[in-house]
Structure formats: structure tokens, C-alpha cells
Design a protein around this ligand. Structure first.
Ligand SMILES: [Zn+2]
Length: 349
């Protein structure tokens, strides 16, 4: 799908070249100007010694903006209530542009940054108020919509049948129809153990795992999805073995564990080739976990049981428990603010 954009950019380039050829012929007829530059920047000087300032100028078919001192502007520029992007060369960008890792669409003719809906061929895109293209799970008006990673609005039957922002904790029960809807996929870790994880969560986890491995940090699936029935069996078995008091303290009540959702992943570390999965041993690996936690949001995960938020989450610090929320931007916001998912959900209500 990215190909579409690349193709469009190359088509646009051809278009711009064609216009600029025509443009230079026109410019030659009109006023002869010349680019000049010093340490501060570039300006466009005319034969009579005057130069463009505080204005847009079309030069060789491309639009440039000159500031009050007459220097060519680059980067974002607000003009007449709309945003424009002036590329490194100073030429106003049009069409698709990836800027600081986000996609924007600048009107093909005017160059104005698009916000809101854009239809192209059979695809619908949505641009947020800051002009960046929506991906993932996004609130548009009153509705939550899903966009794939190329920004295409997913068709209704592709829309998630379940809410990736579901809150399941000691006081919020798993929705009754959840287990019948959630799509789980299997993955096997390096120890040959097979785990089930919600499909998108798994796809993103594998990317996270790869990025970590590229930096010499090795993580593996250690505990993922447990059905309510499995949790019930665990509860019953442990009650027989350890007694009710113990179970109530240490085992999640069936229906009230985030691991039911398929969106929760407990990892273990592999340090110097050895599996590190003991809670205390893992907590001791602060440096390694800090590096992993930095990457979580990029793949749509948050750290669920934060240090110092035990009263809100109901759990002690668990650097290994990741929760997928299918929305990297929101995940980054939650991680940056250092708030618990409970607090985030509370703010919504
Ligand atoms: Zn967990």
C-alpha cells in the first residue's frame, strides 16, 4: 500500500517538472531574478536590486515564501489560516509527505495541509487536527474508527469487533461476549512453549521483540492469554492445595484478569543465554527493562502495572506485564504522562 504513495509522489514529481518547465519560460518573459545566499539563508533578488519579502513567490513553477527580511522560509508555515510545508529546498510541498515520521497530505494545487477526510481511489484517509494521518484506533466525531498502518479506513467488517481499550481489572469484569469475539493466534517461544495472543497484539509484539533483539535485548513470551475457564480451574486447584485465604490473595478472580483479554503479555528475559523469569530477578534488571519500556508505545503497548500506582491498578509493580491497546499515539501519551490505565479510563468517563 505504501507503493501507492511512492507512485503518487513520483507522478507528482513528473507533474511538477512539467509545470516548472512551463514556469521558467514564463518567468523569463517577466522579471529576471536570481537566487542569492549568505550565512543566514537564501533570498531572491531582482535585477533592479529589490527582492521578495513577506510574500509568496512562484519561481520556476514552484512556490516559495520569503519572510519579512526577505529570507526563504523552510518547514511549516501558517499563512492565511492554513498550514503549508516548505521543503528543504524552500519549494512548497504538495501531495503526500512524510515529515518526522508522520504522513501529511498537502493539497496538490494550493499546497494547504489537509485535515479531516480525504478520499483517494477506493481509500478513505483521515487527518487529525495537526494534519497527521490517522492510523490505528481513532476517535472521529462520535465514533471510534480503525485505520490500517497505511491510513486506509478499514471497512466495517474489518473494524475491530472488540474494544482494544477494554478495562479489565479486579473491579471490572471481562465483557461476557469477549471470548467469543477475540481473535487469538499462536506463537512459540525459543523454549518451544506455545502461547495464544490476540492477533494484532502478537503481530506488534513480534516487531517489538525484533527491535529489542537488534539491540541485544532478548525477550520471550512467558504468560499470555488465560481463558476464564482456565482461571477457574486454577482457582479451584489452588484452593484445594493452599486454602481459600491464599487463593484470594494471590490468584485473580476468574473473569477479572486482564490476561483473559488476549491483550496482555507477560515476558521473560534472556540474559547471557539464561532465562530470567523470577519476579524479583526481573525487577532487578532495571536497565534492560527501561530500554524495553521506551519501545512499548511505538508498537501500541503500555506498561500496565506501574511503580507507585499499586492503589490504582490493584497490582504491585510488574515491569514484565505489557498491555496492547492498538494505538501507538495514545500509548505514547499514557506512557509519557506516567498514568495508570485506570486513570486514563477514569478520565474518559
Ligand atoms: Zn501479567
Amino acid at each position: 500500500m505504501k507503493k501507492t504513495k511512492k507512485l503518487m509522489i513520483s507522478l507528482l514529481t513528473v507533474g511538477v517538472l512539467a509545470t516548472s518547465a512551463a514556469g521558467s519560460a514564463l518567468a523569463a518573459e517577466k522579471e529576471e531574478g536570481q537566487w542569492k545566499h549568505n550565512k543566514t539563508g537564501w533570498w531572491y533578488s531582482y535585477s533592479d536590486g529589490s527582492y521578495a519579502k513577506s510574500q509568496w513567490r512562484q519561481i520556476n513553477g514552484k512556490w516559495y515564501f520569503f519572510n519579512a527580511k526577505g529570507y526563504m522560509v523552510t518547514g511549516w508555515k501558517k499563512s492565511g489560516g492554513k498550514w503549508y510545508y516548505l521543503s528543504h529546498s524552500g519549494a512548497m510541498a504538495t501531495g503526500w509527505r512524510k515529515i518526522n515520521n508522520k504522513w501529511y497530505y498537502l493539497d496538490k494545487k494550493s499546497g494547504a495541509m489537509t485535515t479531516g477526510w480525504l478520499e483517494q481511489g477506493s481509500y478513505q484517509y483521515y487527518f487529525l487536527d495537526d494534519g497527521s494521518m490517522a492510523t490505528g484506533h481513532v476517535e472521529v466525531g462520535d465514533a471510534w474508527l480503525d485505520f490500517d498502518e497505511d491510513g486506509h479506513l478499514m471497512k466495517h467488517d474489518e473494524q475491530a469487533a472488540y474494544d482494544y481499550l477494554v478495562l479489565v481489572n479486579k473491579t471490572h469484569k471481562l465483557p461476557d461476549d469477549w471470548e467469543s469475539k477475540v481473535v487469538l493466534k499462536e506463537a512459540t517461544n525459543r523454549y518451544g512453549e506455545t502461547y495464544k495472543v490476540e492477533e494484532k497484539a502478537l503481530e506488534q509484539f513480534l516487531k517489538l521483540q525484533k527491535e529489542c533483539a537488534d539491540e541485544g535485548i532478548y525477550i520471550e513470551l512467558d504468560s499470555t492469554t488465560r481463558s476464564v475457564a482456565e482461571q477457574q480451574k486454577l482457582w479451584d486447584d489452588w484452593t484445594i492445595e493452599k486454602g481459600e485465604e491464599y487463593v484470594k490473595k494471590y490468584v485473580a478472580v476468574p473473569g477479572y484478569s486482564e490476561h483473559h483479554t488476549g491483550l496482555a503479555i507477560d515476558i521473560c528475559l534472556v540474559v547471557d543465554g539464561k532465562r530470567v523469569d523470577d519476579n524479583d530477578d526481573m525487577i532487578a534488571q532495571r536497565e534492560i527493562f527501561a530500554k524495553i519500556h521506551e519501545k512499548l508505545a511505538k508498537y501500541g503497548f503500555i506498561l500496565r502495572f506501574l511503580e507507585g500506582k499499586e492503589a490504582e491498578t490493584g497490582y504491585a509493580y510488574e515491569p514484565w506485564h505489557f498491555r496492547y491497546i492498538n494505538d501507538p499515539v495514545l500509548a505514547q501519551e499514557i506512557m509519557d504522562k506516567g498514568i495508570s490505565f485506570e486513570e486514563y479510563k477514569g478520565a474518559l468517563e
